[in-house]
Write a protein that binds this ligand. Structure first.
Ligand code: SF4
Length: 334
C-alpha cells in the first residue's frame, strides 16, 4: 500500500504556519492526496487546494497553479528526488509503497541463474526505492553480484526517470541485466533502450517478472522511423512546453536557427499539454519537434512525426549528411 509521508507535511505546516497550502501529485495518488487535504483542513483550519492537473514528475510541479490560488506552500507528493525543496515554497513529499518483493525477487533470482545472468543492477522509480536494500539481499543470497548505480542530479542511487538513466547507464559495463522494481513498463523500457541490456520488470502485485526488451525495441524502432519520415519536411513546428521543469526555450531557439539554416520554415508554438488532439489545430506543418518531455514523442501516438530533442538532433545530422549513431543510448534524452 502506498502511504504519503503526512508527518512531514504536518511538521512543515506547524513550523511555517502558512495561510493556505496546495497539494499536487500523480493521478494514481489523487484519492490519497484528497484525504491528506481533508486532514490538513481539519487540523490546521486553512485551505488546502488540491491541484487536479497532471503532475508527471519533479519536472511538472504545478507551481503556477499554486501561485494563482496564492498558496504559501506547495506540497508535491510522490516524486521522491534527491532534493527536499525547490525554493521557499515547494516541498517534495515521499510516497512509498510497502508492498513486498520477497516472493517475486526470489522467483526471478532463481530463474535468471538458469539464463546465465550473474551480474545485475537494481533500478526503480520513486515509490519502490525503499525496497532496494531488501531485494539486493535476496539476489546476493542467491549468489548474484548486485551493483547499485550512483545517483546524480535529482536522481537518488538506483533511481531512474523516464528520460534520465544515470544510475543504470553508468554501470552498464559491469552488469548482464537490469532488474527494475515495480510495474512500470515506461521506466523499464527506457532503461532497456538507453543501455541495450536485458531489463526485467518485477511486478510485486501479480508476482510476475517480464523481459521488456521487445517493448523497448518497438519503441526504439518507432522513434527511429519518425526521424526518417521527417527527412522531406519543409515546415517544422517547434513546441515549447511550459511545465516548469520541461521549459527549454533556448534549446527551441537553437533548433529553430539550425533548421532554418537547413532551408526549413519554422514556427514556434507554446503549449502546456502536448497531445495529438491539440496539434491537429495547426495547419501547414509537416513535422513537430517538442522540447518538453522526450517520452511524449516516443510513447504517444501522433498523426504527424513528433520528434523529441535527440530525434531532432539526429534529423539535423541526417540533413547535413552526417552519420547518426545510437541517439537513444545516452544518459538523458534531452
Ligand atoms: S520522462 Fe518526462 S515526465 Fe518523466 S522526468 Fe522526464 S521530462 Fe519529466
Amino acid at each position: 500500500m502506498i502511504s504519503i509521508d503526512e508527518e512531514t507535511i504536518f511538521s512543515v505546516i506547524a513550523t511555517k504556519n502558512p495561510r493556505s497550502v496546495a497539494l499536487s501529485g500523480p493521478d494514481a495518488l489523487m484519492h490519497k492526496i484528497q484525504r491528506s487535504a481533508e486532514k490538513i483542513a481539519e487540523l490546521y483550519h486553512i485551505p488546502a487546494y488540491i491541484i487536479g492537473d497532471n503532475s508527471w514528475g519533479s519536472c511538472d510541479l504545478n507551481t503556477h497553479a499554486a501561485e494563482v490560488v496564492g498558496a504559501d506552500i506547495l506540497f508535491n507528493i510522490g516524486h521522491t528526488i534527491s532534493m527536499k525543496t525547490f525554493g521557499d515554497k515547494v516541498v517534495m513529499i515521499d510516497a512509498y509503497d510497502d508492498i513486498s518483493f520477497e516472493n517475486i525477487a526470489t522467483k526471478c533470482a532463481l530463474e535468471l541463474k538458469r539464463q546465465n545472468i550473474h551480474n545485475i543492477s537494481l533500478v526503480t522509480s520513486s515509490q519502490h526505492l525503499c525496497a532496494i536494500d531488501r531485494v539486493k539481499e535476496i539476489f546476493e543470497e542467491q549468489g548474484y553480484n548486485v551493483v547499485i548505480g550512483r545517483g546524480k542530479g535529482q536522481l537518488n542511487e538506483a533511481q531512474v526517470f523516464g528520460c534520465e538513466f544515470y544510475p543504470a547507464y553508468d554501470v552498464q559495463k559491469s552488469v548482464d541485466a537490469y532488474i527494475f522494481l515495480g510495474q512500470s513498463v515506461f521506466h523499464s523500457a527506457g532503461i532497456a533502450i538507453a543501455t541495450q541490456k536485458p531489463t526485467f520488470m518485477l511486478d510485486p502485485y501479480f508476482e510476475e517478472f517480464s523481459d521488456v526488451s521487445d517493448i523497448a525495441s518497438k519503441l526504439q524502432k518507432k522513434a527511429i522511423l519518425s526521424v526518417y519520415k521527417s527527412l522531406d519536411a519543409s515546415s517544422i513546428g517547434i513546441i515549447i512546453g511550459i511545465k516548469e521543469g520541461q521549459f527549454a526555450h533556448l534549446k527551441a531557439l537553437n533548433l529553430k536557427k539550425t533548421f532554418e539554416n537547413l532551408g526549413k520554415s519554422v514556427q514556434l508554438i507554446v503549449m502546456n499539454e502536448i497531445t495529438d488532439e491539440r496539434i491537429r489545430i495547426f495547419t501547414g506543418i509537416d513535422v513537430f519537434v517538442q522540447v518538453a518531455c522526450p517520452r511524449i514523442s516516443t510513447d504517444n501516438h501522433f498523426h504527424k512525426p513528433m520528434l523529441s530533442v535527440p530525434q531532432a538532433l539526429s534529423l539535423i545530422k541526417l540533413l547535413k549528411k552526417e552519420p547518426v549513431e545510437n541517439f537513444m543510448q545516452i544518459t538523458h534524452w534531452l
